[in-house]
Design a protein around this ligand. Structure first.
Ligand SMILES: CC(C)(COP(=O)(O)OP(=O)(O)OC[C@H]1O[C@@H](n2cnc3c(N)ncnc32)[C@H](O)[C@@H]1OP(=O)(O)O)[C@@H](O)C(=O)NCCC(=O)NCCS
Length: 163
C-alpha cells in the first residue's frame, strides 16, 4: 500500500510525469502544453516558501499521486481560503489514494488557520466531483464555458468545504 508523506524536491520529476499525462489526456487541468521541470520545481519552491503543503503518495519508490493547496486569490481578505488540487497516476486510480491525499490536506489547512477550502473541477469530471462530495465538499458554483480545451468550451464547478 502506498505511503503518504510530504514531498521533497527529488519527487518533482515523478509528480510532473503524472501532471503532464493528465494535461495531455484530460480536461481535468485547463492547460494545453506540458509543463517543464523548471516550472514545477519553481512551483514547489514557492509552495514551500509560503508554508503550503505538497503531499505525495509513494509506492515502490515511485510518485503515484500528489495533492497540494495554495492561496486562492492574492487579496488580503482571502487569506483564510485556500484552493487545492489532487491527482493520481492512471494505474493507481480507484484504490483510495485520491481520498487519502485529499483527507491529508484538511488537518494541515486547519493547523495553518485556514477556514475554507475550494476545488475548481471540470463539470464533466464525475470521479473528482464524487470524491469531493464524499469528503464533505459541496458544489457552490457552476461556471459555464470559462475554459477552452480540445476545441470546445468547458464548464467548471467550485466545490467548497468549511474547515
Ligand atoms: C479524481 C481522482 C483524483 C480520484 O482519485 P482516486 O484515487 O481515483 O479516487 P479514490 O479511489 O480515492 O475514490 C474516492 C471516491 O471518489 C469517487 N470516485 C473515484 N473514481 C471514480 C469514478 N471513476 N467514477 C465515479 N466516482 C469515482 C468515489 O466516490 C470514490 O469513493 P468509493 O470508492 O467509496 O466509491 C483521480 O481519478 C485522478 O487523478 N483523476 C485524473 C485527474 C483529476 O481528475 N484530478 C482532479 C482534478 S479536480
Amino acid at each position: 500500500m502506498a505511503e503518504i508523506r510530504h514531498a521533497v524536491m527529488e519527487d518533482i520529476p515523478g509528480l510532473l510525469l503524472i501532471y503532464n499525462e493528465i494535461i495531455a489526456n484530460s480536461t481535468a487541468v485547463y492547460q494545453d502544453e506540458p509543463l517543464s521541470l523548471d516550472n514545477r520545481q519553481a512551483w514547489f519552491a514557492a509552495r514551500q516558501q509560503a508554508g503550503f503543503p505538497v503531499l505525495v503518495a509513494m509506492d515502490a519508490g515511485r510518485v503515484v499521486g500528489f495533492s497540494s493547496f495554495g492561496e486562492y486569490r492574492a487579496f488580503h481578505g482571502y487569506r483564510f481560503t485556500v484552493e487545492h488540487s489532487v491527482h493520481i497516476a492512471p494505474d493507481y486510480r480507484g484504490r483510495g489514494l485520491g481520498g487519502a491525499l485529499l483527507a491529508g490536506l484538511l488537518p494541515l489547512a486547519t493547523s495553518l488557520g485556514k477556514h475554507a477550502m475550494l476545488g475548481v473541477i471540470d463539470a464533466d469530471n464525475a470521479a473528482s466531483i464524487a470524491l469531493h462530495a464524499k469528503h464533505g465538499f459541496v458544489q457552490v458554483a457552476h461556471m459555464p464555458q470559462v475554459g477552452f480545451k480540445f476545441g470546445r468550451w468547458l464548464d467548471a464547478v467550485f466545490m467548497q468545504r468549511l474547515l
